[in-house]
Design a protein around this ligand. Structure first.
Ligand code: CO
Length: 148
């Protein structure tokens, strides 16, 4: 188990665009495991690699439902359905919560930690977590989207 330091909102790396992963190798798997450990240690529901200072398109999510721990390489949201507004927070933005509009349902494609193609159909909290983490890969923070 290895914990990594979580970058906070004033760190400009959080505003950068992450790059696609070319090959899912042992180094990527170790990073994904470290991201999961760091997320759990800080009681988060999701984490993007940029939040530990690495500009690669990797996200991990654990909302403690039947999907278990998701580790996704090069995630891409290919379809969305409906809208839903709920409060969000972020480990990179401690102490702040705010309502954000997200899709009610979505379809995500990407690769798992073995480099195999996966497809995830998500709704409600999982859909919200996926959107939040994928936004991180494009330098977007939830505070950019808070409804007044
Ligand atoms: Co976040």
């Amino acid at each position: 188990m290895a914990l990594r330091e979580i970058r906070k909102i004033n760190d400009e790396i959080l505003r950068k665009k992450s790059r696609k992963v070319d090959s899912v190798d042992e180094r990527i798997r170790i990073l994904l495991d470290d991201m999961v450990d760091t997320m759990h240690e800080n009681m988060g529901a999701g984490l993007a690699a940029v939040q530990v200072g690495i500009l690669k398109r990797l996200i991990v999510i654990d909302i403690e439902d039947e999907h278990g721990i998701l580790k996704i390489v090069n995630p891409e949201i290919i379809e969305t359905f409906g809208t839903d507004i709920k409060s969000e927070g972020c480990l990179s933005v401690p102490g702040i919560n705010g309502d954000v509009i997200r899709p009610k349902k979505l379809v995500l494609v990407g690769l798992n930690e073995n480099g195999e193609e996966i497809r995830v159909e998500a709704q409600d909290l999982l859909a919200r977590a996926i959107c939040h983490e994928v936004d991180h890969l494009d330098g977007i923070l939830f505070v950019d989207k808070i409804e007044e």
